[in-house]
Design a protein around this ligand. Structure first.
Ligand code: 13P
Ligand code: SF4
Length: 323
């Protein structure tokens, strides 16, 4: 029994070395989202949240980008770096929230609210981005909506984040689409109340993709990068993080001196766990699955992201060299 554990570890280490070597030989940069398995994070050149990784994709000299995240993230990297080859090791890795709205749904929603500009969360397809006026991430959503010269705004597809922006900007009227993140919505307000009683000294931190009933109970609400930064900079020792397991694991690994708890069940995004050292190796070797975006979608979708980048100059928090 003990022997087989040692053998598997040795195999993993060998595979880790092979992935690194192949990436170097083929001039591939590996970009990995923080929700990925830790082994896929460790082998990456850069680890970060979706926007930071896209910016990294734009800046890299590598000819090929292996993107270990969900489909819309790899698409966003392609939109920002159309001349590069972007690979998604496992094509099943989609985002159910992004899939809750398509172009026809958005056109119908726009008809209900004529004249209102459309802000789309980055968790959306390139086609939906092409049909929107400006993109946002969970880090900059409030600033983006605030910047618009309109009292009414359409916000798609995430109702958790949309309600958070509405709460922060009561002077605006947001028309919020009915999409949501099935992972973050696994967290219930009853569980948060229970943890508050169990750990009265803990600081409760929530991602805005949670059910508003959940984030209303938190002491701090922030995006993936803001949650990481908050824990890093906060003097508090006990934190309860209401977000995905990958972020919690990474924070626990990076800050062993802090006491990090979460809730039960621990929310896990299965779509983020498809990539592995095995399929990453094969994807780089055989150059699959390439993200292709037709030009009639690529050009307007890119403009939607570029408008966001003009307004929001996001700081990089951990999209730095990983080794
Ligand atoms: P980030 O944009 O913070 O990386 O998050 C994307 C996501 O899917 C969160 O659930
Ligand atoms: Fe999509 Fe939610 Fe998974 Fe993020 S955690 S990729 S929003 S399903």
């Amino acid at each position: 029994m003990a022997q087989s554990v040692i053998d598997r570890t040795a195999e993993k280490l060998e595979l880790f070395g092979k992935v690194r070597e192949l990436a170097k030989t083929k001039n591939v940069v590996i970009l990995t989202h923080i929700y990925q398995r830790l082994e896929v994070q460790r082998v990456a050149d850069y680890v970060g949240d979706s926007l930071m990784l896209s910016k990294q994709a734009r800046e890299t000299d590598a000819e090929i980008i292996a993107f270990c995240g969900v489909h819309f993230m790899a698409e966003t990297a392609k939109l920002l770096s159309p001349e590069k080859k972007v690979l998604l090791p496992d094509i099943q890795s989609g985002c159910p929230m992004a899939d809750m709205i398509n172009v026809d749904d958005l056109r119908a929603f726009k008809k209900d609210h004529p004249g209102a500009p459309v802000v789309c969360y980055v968790n959306s397809s390139a086609a939906v981005k092409a049909e929107s006026d400006i993109c946002c991430t969970s880090t900059n959503a409030v600033d983006i909506v605030k910047s618009l010269n309109s009292s009414e705004v359409i916000f798609v597809p995430d109702k958790g984040l949309g309600e958070w922006v509405q709460y922060k900007l009561p002077e605006k009227k947001l028309h919020i689409y009915d999409g949501f993140c099935p992972t973050h919505w696994q967290i219930t307000s009853a569980e948060v109340d229970k943890q508050r009683i169990n750990y009265p000294e803990a600081v409760i931190i929530a991602h805005p993709e949670c059910d508003p009933e959940v984030w209303r109970r938190a002491d701090f609400v922030g995006s993936t990068s803001e949650i990481y930064k908050f824990v890093e900079e906060s003097a508090g020792r006990k934190f309860i993080i209401l977000s995905e397991q990958g972020l919690v694991a990474r924070i626990q690994a990076d800050f062993p001196e802090k006491d990090i708890a979460t809730v039960f069940p621990l929310p896990l995004c299965p779509n983020m766990k498809y990539h592995s050292l095995e399929n990453l190796y094969d994807a780089i070797d055989q150059e699959y699955t390439e993200i292709i975006i037709p030009e009639e979608i690529l050009i307007p979708a890119k403009a939607t992201i570029d408008r966001m980048l003009e307004i929001s100059n996001q700081k990089q928090i951990w999209a730095g060299p990983n080794r």
